[in-house]
Design a binder for this molecule. Structure first.
Ligand code: ATP
Ligand code: MG
Length: 236
């Protein structure tokens, strides 16, 4: 079943037409990656799905139900998790408090995760439990933002460039946590990435945006088998 369906998505900032008839499905339990150069429209796609800014024409379905125009806090309650590019953790609160606040803000599928369950998934956060958010490194804040989103057990998670600027050891923890969720639950992920090798560690499907248009959709295997795609669309 399709966990997330995007149909005929056209998005605008004022009079600038940014996304043009974007359409794709993310099947339950899979991990799709949205690739594309800077400015291709990855973040705008996420903001359009979450109703956070651009004006939108088209349809968004969450597990078959029309959620077009549903405000972000309601989407969260219906199981949609979103980690934006700017992480916005609570600088004055400890790591544990940030995690508990994630449960209040986003709880959707039953009981939120306890901090100890989160630390099982994110062992790098455990020794930082009492540290204030504002006193974490950039990479640690990023890890916390991903972890905090997961506290509410989202069934579909939108993750905007999680690997950006991460040291390999932190990127590895993000990968391991997301893989473990995919293996043990029916967790569905839509990831935006510039870092193709990070993305390919997770992705089952690939979608490529170019200047606001979806120019490629296929399985990870099909994408990998055609290196010309990477040079054409991603200058790799
Ligand atoms: N608030 C805004 N108002 C007007 N134009 C915007 C706004 N935000 C983004 N844009 C424009 O929309 C286009 C798509 O931007 P978007 O942020 O979606 O790209 P992206 O693929 O996420 O890029 P990056 O990889 O750099 O994060 C760009 O041309 C950008 O300049
Ligand atoms: Mg972006």
């Amino acid at each position: 079943m399709s966990a997330l369906t995007v149909r005929n998505l056209n998005s605008y900032y004022g009079s600038s037409h940014i996304l043009w008839n974007v359409a794709f499905d993310v099947e339950e339990g899979t991990s799709a990656v949205l690739l594309g150069r800077n400015g291709a429209g990855k973040t705008t796609s996420f903001k359009s799905i979450m109703n956070l800014g651009p004006s939108v024409r088209g349809r968004i379905l969450l597990r078959g139900e029309d959620v077009t125009g549903v405000p972000p806090h309601r989407l969260a309650r219906r199981g949609m998790g979103y980690v934006p590019e700017d992480r916005r953790i609570y600088a004055g609160f400890s790591v544990t408090e940030n995690l508990r606040l994630g449960g209040f803000a986003f709880s959707s599928n039953g009981r939120p995760m306890e901090p100890d369950e989160v630390f099982d998934l994110f062992p790098l956060l455990k020794p930082l439990a009492a540290r204030r958010g504002g006193q974490l490194s950039g990479g640690e804040q990023q890890l916390l933002a991903v972890a905090r989103c997961l506290v509410g057990r989202p069934s579909v998670m939108l993750l905007d460039e999680p690997s950006e600027g991460l040291a390999p050891v932190i990127a590895r923890n993000v990968l391991d946590a997301l893989r473990s969720l995919r293996e043990n639950t029916d967790f569905t992920l839509l990831l935006a990435e510039q870092n193709v090798s990070f993305a390919m560690n997770l992705a089952t499907h690939v979608h490529v945006l170019e200047q606001g248009e979806l120019v490629y959709s296929g399985t990870k295997e099909a994408f990998d088998a055609d290196p010309a795609l990477k040079t054409r669309y991603l200058s790799l």
